[in-house]
Design a protein around this ligand. Structure first.
Ligand SMILES: *Cc1c(COP(=O)(O)O)cnc(C)c1O
Length: 361
């Protein structure tokens, strides 16, 4: 079987060019006679790989000098603990609840600090982003936390919250590198890379330098203290060398294809094809309020569970995989990350049109 169109929410599709380059390098990276997986993380070769990766993500995202980039392990979920441990001063933070990932992050933080929840969209199954222009932000909040793109529900902030001067911390796991961002608006921006950037098991943190401190919460594990990682250039212990290498290839690939402006343009084009169809369909319905739609994750339903199942099964037979919605939402979800080709979305929509003709009662 050849390659399928993989609509998985994560781990997810990677650029074919990058996979081929990795294949080429597999046995002998750059003439050194071994693969990246086999080399010392203290070697000159790996030092070049990680330094290049950092330089390239800085270029791509236009990261100002006053921010540190860390390549860490434990995925986005371990940062749910690291964030309160590193940022707590007053011991209070405000979490805006727009889905399962924000909820989990808030619950984890609550083990260590006081958590307020100034807004939530749980009342309508997280199908929209609440108005965050005038929130009741706690006076003593050390930071305001958001999950910027909600992978499960398919919502995205189109305007960042008014934090009333408080530091903003954002989980961007599922919209990482999907469009340009103004880093200076954030105190911390971080994401697990397996949604839109690389293989699972690596999380990238971009942290304003003044927040990398020694006076973190008492008994913060050494590995979770950002200063440990920053002082050691992400090499305090053995990092996920392979994932860093693949991310580096993805950064280069994006830089060679118009940077994040280029990515945004392609992502908007792809999402429009699917949303336009959903808006005109008599069978399928998007589940997200229009002003909150994500360019990356597109959930939709027919309103009939059996028909949804049939759709997912028949799509798979036609080379389109992982279209089943998250177990907490049901229906379908098409994740159309950077590396999903436009042809994949076109094929999906053609298939949906055909399915609608056959199944519309
Ligand atoms: C997948 C995901 C996570 C969890 O990532 P892990 O790397 O598995 O911990 C966190 N936040 C968002 C928005 C996600 O999509």
């Amino acid at each position: 079987m050849g390659r399928v169109y993989n609509f998985s929410a994560g781990p997810a599709v990677l650029p074919e060019e990058v996979l081929k380059k990795a294949q080429e390098d597999m046995l002998d990276y750059n003439g050194c006679g071994m693969s990246v997986m086999e080399m010392s993380h203290r070697s000159k070769m790996f030092d070049d790989i990680i330094k290049n990766a950092e330089a390239n993500i800085r270029k791509l995202m236009n990261i100002p000098d006053g921010y540190t980039v860390l390549f860490l392990q434990g995925g986005a979920s371990l940062q749910f603990s690291a964030i309160p441990m590193n940022l707590a001063k007053n011991g209070t933070a405000d979490y805006i609840i727009t889905g399962q990932w924000a909820k989990k992050a808030a619950l984890e933080a609550e083990k260590f600090i006081k958590v307020n929840r100034p807004a939530s969209s749980e009342d309508e199954t997280f199908s929209y982003i609440p108005d965050c222009s005038d929130l009741n932000i706690s006076d003593d909040a050390d930071y305001v936390y958001i999950c910027e793109n909600n992978t499960i529900y398919g919502t995205k902030y189109h305007t960042l919250p008014n934090t009333q001067g408080k530091d903003l911390v954002a989980d961007v796991s599922s919209c990482f590198l999907s469009e340009p961002v103004d880093i200076s608006k954030y105190a911390v921006i971080y994401g697990g890379v397996q949604k839109n950037v690389g293989p699972a098991g690596l999380v990238i943190d971009i942290i304003r330098n003044d927040l990398i401190r020694d006076d973190v919460m008492e008994k913060t594990p050494t590995m979770l203290k950002w200063k440990t990682q920053a002082d050691n250039a992400s090499l305090y212990n053995t990092p996920n060398c392979w994932a860093i290498y693949i991310c580096g290839l993805v950064f280069e690939h994006l830089l060679n294809n118009g940077g994040l402006e280029g990515a945004k343009k392609r992502n908007e084009e792809k999402a429009k094809i699917l949303y336009d169809f959903l808006d005109s369909s008599k069978l399928f319905k998007g589940t997200v309020r229009k002003d909150s739609r994500s360019l990356m994750n597109v959930p939709f339903v027919t309103g009939d569970d059996e028909l949804d199942k049939k759709f997912v099964a028949e799509a798979k037979e036609n080379g389109m995989e992982n279209l089943k919605g998250h177990r907490t939402v049901g229906g379908m979800r098409a994740s159309i990350y950077n590396a999903m080709p436009k042809e994949g979305v076109e094929k999906l929509v053609t298939f949906m049109e055909d399915f609608e003709k056959k199944n519309l009662k």
